[in-house]
Design a protein around this ligand. Sequence first.
Ligand SMILES: Cc1ncc(COP(=O)(O)O)c(C=O)c1O
Length: 431
Amino acid sequence: MAMALSSRAQELAKPDPKFFFWEIIQKPWHPQDKPDGYVCLGLAENVLMHYILAEHIQRNISLVSNDFTYGDGKNHLRSTLARFLNRHFRPIVPVDAAHITPTNGCSSAIEHAAWAFGNPGDSFLLGRPFYGTFVPDVTLRMGTKLAQVEFGPETDPIGPGCVSKYEEKILEVQANGGRVAGLILAHPHNPLGRCYPRAVLIELMKLCQKHHIHFISDEIYALSTFANTVDSVEVYPFESALSIHTAGVIDPSLVHVIWGMSKDFGANGIRLGAFVSQHNAELHRALLPVSLYSSTSAITDCAAANMLNDDEWVDKYIEENRSALQSNFEHVAKWAKGHGFEYAPGVNAAFFLWLNLGAAYRESHPELEENGGVDIDQLVMDALLGEKVFLASGTQFGSESPGWFRIVFSQKRDYLDEGLQRIVAAIQKRD
Ligand SMILES: Cc1ncc(COP(=O)(O)O)c(C=O)c1O
């Protein structure tokens, strides 16, 4: 008789009709080779600079004997990351190698945070909408939970009014006998593509201090910022949580920042992350045995060090990446305006347009108004998949209102345009 899986593995082994994503990325569209393939604008990847990345790695990679071993305990990588963060994040206290636990991507770093700060059953606050994979990061293996925070239609999820909503949720969890272990932010925000104003970060830190919970800022899009020349709303520059004076604000051992190369260097596949905590040596000691399971490879370390220590190349890369993102943002925002699609304005970071395709779909299908109770998210998703275009849906991203989808615009223009055309076709097509 075959050995049964553990109950937790059995749970995940059940077929899940909502988990069609792997199928989509296995059948990518190509204008000649696979015209009936999927256009995927649902995955947060930035391909705009890949040729520059590939050129640097191929020109500089050189492995020595030490790279085929467990190496030096990642000391060299820690120093590289510290130096890089000091150049780009304006930390109040210079980042030291000892402040960093490197990981194979930010996903592992977030899971480590859930493991290190939460006992099973403890909750982490997460404002809506959110980056959907925070859910498995916190809940899949660690036994920790999320306490999702609603803001309602009047409160900007990243504006000053968000703070009291987070506090209400802390009190609610506590009133139900639970414990809140931390607050997780994506800063810049995924999917809204905006940076938290400095004043809001400070107020959220004060809230964390008041309730003695960890403040975890996932800054994976820190350097993917650009000017918004399209929307007439106030935007805020990116300012790292590391750049905030903690005196009188928060116990610095509660402040943690996560960064990695997946987004700012368009390299989801490189698998490099950094869990930065400057005043919590105990945390790094605890993570040392755990990090065997989230270690980067020496090949990654070598490629990353070559890049991150090449200051001139990095500075040029960041600048070119910013202008490429700005140009694609302007393109997709104009497309949305041209078709009358409502979107969340003020994007000046990351690579997302968060838009209300549900409203547009209803407009081109007026008969829907009559039968209330339709699942507009599902209707739009089915229509999009019918046209072989995939977007992340607000249902996976904790959207408070139905019909919202996230377009990733950091794809090459022909690919992006093919996707945008398919979206229009999906929304406007009549049965
Ligand atoms: C906010 C945020 N954090 C973490 C990740 C995952 O990063 P990594 O590829 O480093 O695991 C993503 C990827 O989309 C993200 O958007």
